[in-house]
Design a protein around this ligand. Structure first.
Ligand SMILES: Nc1ncnc2c1ncn2[C@@H]1O[C@H](COP(=O)(O)OP(=O)(O)O)[C@@H](O)[C@H]1O
Ligand SMILES: [Mg+2]
Length: 265
């Protein structure tokens, strides 16, 4: 989408999306955001899941008066909700439980597709951030579709598991619909990040299938399954802070490098 002056804005908004739960969306949003921030990019993470897992992983306390909800219904400015995320170059808009109310309140409203895009207008104009990452909830409800309508690109984390491909085709279908109905005709499927990889016959077969169906989309780095990743949220740490030289930390840093190369910076 273009800004009001008709120029392409520089800030890129990327939704990390897959309607399946437990596939590594939040883990990928947090660690990719943090790895890019550590490389000098100005990054904003917007937690759009009422479970607030991204906020928790970064050790950010969630306060009830700082929810995205009032910004989605136009009562406050989204920019006023931005907080430092205790890491250089990284900011966050935390989530709050009340976000689940959006699903009920906005479903009937005309603005349910455009609420997030409208809320981000000032943020896009200001051009302060290089990248804005949206951590989305595990459903195809209002929050997810509004994120898909508001973003420039989608990255899909995918577990190396049976039925993962079916989940992928569903989100690609929804993206096609959003493009076709003109709400976000520039929406791009940027890529697929394979998560929780272990070197089994099944995982390798899933990877081979994705490579066959969507040859250019898959990031070359696969995120390995690692207990250190699973435990890092309970310490309020990214994987780079929790286990800097572990395989998953190195993988997320390699993904950040690939992301920058794919975005020519
Ligand atoms: N590479 C990994 N290795 C081991 N556990 C992981 C890995 N990535 C994510 N997890 C764990 O799997 C669970 C689901 O991940 P999460 O990122 O919350 O998925 P989603 O946001 O898609 O629901 C979490 O408990 C998380 O800590
Ligand atoms: Mg999540």
């Amino acid at each position: 989408m273009q800004d009001e002056s008709g120029r392409m804005p520089r800030v890129k908004v990327i939704a990390i999306a897959n309607q399946k739960g437990g596939v590594g969306k939040t883990t990928t949003t947090v660690n990719l955001s943090a790895a890019l921030a550590a490389r000098g990019k100005r990054v904003l993470l917007i937690d759009m899941d009422s479970q607030a897992n991204a906020s928790g992983t970064l050790g950010i306390e969630v306060e009830s008066d700082q929810s995205l909800y009032p910004a989605l219904i136009g009562e406050v400015l989204l920019e006023d909700l931005i907080r430092p995320a205790r890491r250089r170059n990284l900011s966050i808009i935390p989530a709050h439980m009340d976000l689940s109310g959006v699903e009920v309140e906005l479903t009937q409203s005309d603005s349910h597709l455009t609420c997030m895009y409208d809320a981000m207008a000032g943020l896009r104009r200001s051009n302060y951030f290089d990248y804005v990452f949206l951590d989305t909830p595990p459903s195809l409800g209002v929050l997810m579709t509004s994120a898909l309508c508001a973003c420039d690109e989608v990255i899909t984390p995918m577990q190396c598991e049976f039925l993962s491909l079916e989940g992928l085709s569903k989100i690609l279908y929804v993206m096609d619909q959003i493009r076709e109905n003109g709400v976000n005709s520039r929406l791009k499927h940027e890529g697929i990040i394979m998560t929780m990889y272990n070197n089994t016959k099944l995982a390798n077969e899933v990877i081979r299938q994705v490579q066959t169906v969507l040859p250019d989309k898959m990031y070359k780095t696969w995120i390995p399954r690692s207990v250190r990743v699973a435990e890092s949220p309970s310490f309020g740490r990214t994987i780079m802070e929790h286990d800097p030289f572990g395989t998953a930390s190195l993988a997320y840093q390699a993904v950040a490098k690939e992301f920058m190369a794919r975005h020519r910076n």
